[in-house]
Design a protein around this ligand. Sequence first.
Ligand SMILES: Nc1ncnc2c1ncn2[C@@H]1O[C@H](COP(=O)(O)OP(=O)(O)O)[C@@H](O)[C@H]1O
Ligand SMILES: [Mg+2]
Length: 305
Amino acid sequence: MANIIEITNLTKKYGSFTAVDNINFQVREGEVFGILGPNGAGKTTTLEMIEGLKGITSGTAMLDGKDVAREAHAVKSIIGVQLQASSFFEGLNLLELIETFAALYDREVDAMALLKMVQLEEKAKSEVKELSGGQKQRLSIAVALVNDPKVLFLDEPTTGLDPQARRNLWDLVQTINKQGKTIVITTHYMDEAEVLCDRIAVMDHAHIVAMDQTQELLKMPGLNSTIVFKTHDNIQAAHLESLPGVAEVRQDASEYTMVTLNPQETLTALFIKANEVGFKVLDLQLRQPTLEDVFLKLTGHALRD
Ligand SMILES: Nc1ncnc2c1ncn2[C@@H]1O[C@H](COP(=O)(O)OP(=O)(O)O)[C@@H](O)[C@H]1O
Ligand SMILES: [Mg+2]
């Protein structure tokens, strides 16, 4: 797949403070590309430079072969930027609002079809102030789509939403991606990045500290799975420590946690040992490494403080 975004040595300075420090990445046409990082990492600054909303201190951002700094107008016609719903005009209903934005782009749109796509057709005659947080976010995405962009930028689209509204928005992002649009999304939620993104740039303190396909990041060396189970029977830690793959065993009352380098081997051996020694395994869980573990491994600190 061709690259639709090419970022080279992109840097943003505010006086002597460097908010984005010489970052490089490419986004392929049709993918969902995530920028995952904690607050203050530089995610919004990065997006805004690419969108042409913020000046670039040095480096280049190319979008569909066009230089953002030199061809701002051409770039605007191929991108969709999600705006804060709070800044929408008052006194217009959702249909009128979408038509107004379409007119700004000199486009004809089927406003009702767009509202339907974001599941707001029943709110077509309502005003923005009557919408819930999740509905406002979905509206802002509909507005970002009025110019039928090739690339859609979403900056922390689910922050502040309840779990149901978040899942709803994830579905919408996937639907839009399936329709062929490239999506660049920032988030500090590792579960969101894991569900949505084909590839992720992990960002911390103005730098990209890792970038790969989501599944590859999760295979990073040094990340281990854990097996947790309970038993009411008496067992010695040594029985578990000797199982293949086990790196560490912890016990908390009747609950045992085994850190394992090879979950399948350890699990198989665990049941053989349980039969041999005569203990019963209850409440068994296998926990795979998450992007939270990846982040911790890369930076030495947690994704969320
Ligand atoms: N206009 C500005 N002037 C000075 N510093 C800024 C400005 N905008 C952002 N910053 C700083 O740049 C860093 C990155 O901010 P931002 O890109 O908003 O991070 P994120 O979106 O990852 O939370 C932060 O330390 C922030 O305080
Ligand atoms: Mg931000």
